[in-house]
Design a binder for this molecule. Structure first.
Ligand SMILES: [Fe+2]
Ligand SMILES: [Fe+2]
Length: 272
C-alpha cells in the first residue's frame, strides 16, 4: 500500500465509527424482537443504498481509470442477491428472539421488509426528522445520501466516491460485519450458526475469505493507484462524509434503541 493510501486507512481506523460499540451494546442488552426489527430496518435501508454502482464505474472509465472501474464493477456485481439474504437473516433472528414464527416465510423479502419498517415506525417515529413513508431516521437519510453522489460523473465526485467506497468497505469488513457476527451468532442469544441457510448473508460476508475482505482489497487497490496531491483532498472528503454520517446513524440507534449499552432496568435502579 502506498504511503498516501496508508494515511487514508489510518484516517478511517481512527474515526469513532470504526470502533463504534453499537453491536457490543446489542449483544449486551439482548433487545426485544421489535427493537431488533427496527435496527434491521435502518441497517438494511442503509446497506441497500450502498450496493448499486449507478454512474460510478462508468465515470471512472470516462476519466481514464479503467482498472479502477473494473475493481469497482467487481464489487457491484458481487452484491447481487444480498438484499433478499439480509431480509431472510433478519426474519430468522426475530423468529428466534420471539420464540415463535413472527415471519412464516423468511424468504418473502417484500413482506419481511414491510414488517421491519413497521417496527421502526412504531419505535422511532417521534424522532425529529423521521419520515414514516420510508421509515427513515434523519441520520439514515444522510448516510444514504452519500451514495447518491454515485449518480454524478464529475471528476471531483468520482474521487469523492472512491473515498466513500474505501471507507465503506473498510468499515463493512472490520466493524459492521464482525459486529453483526458478534451480536447475532457469537453472543449465543439466538442459538444460530453460520451454517444455517437463513444465515448465509453473514456466512458470505464475514472473515478474511468473505465478500467484505475482497471488497476492501479492491477499494484499497483502486484508491492507492489514483492518490496524488490533487486527488487526496476529494478522496478524504468522501471518506469523511461516509464516516461522519454512518457514525451519526449508529449513535442515534444506539441511544434510542439500545440505551447506549445500559439496560433500562439497571439504569432506573442506578438513578434510584
Ligand atoms: Fe453485500
Ligand atoms: Fe462491501
Amino acid at each position: 500500500m502506498s504511503q498516501n493510501a496508508e494515511n487514508i486507512v489510518s484516517l478511517i481506523k481512527s474515526h469513532r465509527c470504526y470502533s463504534h460499540p453499537i453491536f457490543k451494546h446489542w449483544a449486551a442488552s439482548n433487545p426485544e424482537p421489535n427493537v431488533i426489527g427496527a435496527l434491521f430496518h435502518q441497517i438494511q435501508m442503509f446497506c441497500s443504498s450502498t450496493r448499486p454502482g449507478w454512474e460510478f464505474p462508468n465515470a471512472l472509465e470516462h476519466h481514464g481509470l479503467n482498472v479502477e472501474s473494473h475493481l469497482l464493477q467487481e464489487i457491484v456485481e458481487s452484491e447481487e442477491g444480498h438484499g433478499p439474504e439480509l431480509a431472510s437473516m433478519a426474519a430468522h433472528i426475530i423468529n428466534k428472539a420471539a420464540g415463535e414464527m413472527v415471519f412464516h416465510d423468511t424468504n418473502d423479502q417484500i413482506s419481511v421488509e414491510e414488517k421491519l419498517k413497521d417496527y421502526s415506525n412504531q419505535l422511532l417515529k417521534t424522532l425529529p426528522g423521521y419520515t414514516v413513508e420510508d421509515g427513515l431516521t434523519l441520520q439514515a437519510r444522510k448516510a444514504i445520501s452519500v451514495f447518491d453522489m454515485r449518480k454524478s460523473n464529475s471528476r471531483e465526485d468520482t474521487y469523492r466516491n472512491l473515498g466513500a467506497t474505501i471507507a465503506l468497505e473498510t468499515i463493512s469488513h472490520q466493524q459492521l460485519i464482525p459486529g453483526e457476527k458478534l451480536c447475532l451468532v457469537d453472543s449465543g442469544a439466538y442459538g444460530v450458526s453460520l451454517d444455517e441457510p437463513e444465515m448465509h448473508y453473514l456466512h458470505e460476508h464475514w472473515g478474511e475469505s468473505g465478500a467484505e475482505a475482497h471488497h476492501e482489497q479492491n477499494a484499497v487497490e483502486a484508491v492507492s493507484s489514483v492518490l496524488n496531491d490533487e486527488t487526496v483532498t476529494f478522496i478524504e472528503e468522501g471518506a469523511q462524509d461516509f464516516l461522519d454520517s454512518l457514525c451519526a446513524l449508529w449513535d442515534v440507534l444506539d441511544s434510542t434503541l439500545l440505551h447506549s449499552g445500559i439496560p433500562l432496568d439497571k439504569d432506573v435502579k442506578q438513578v434510584a
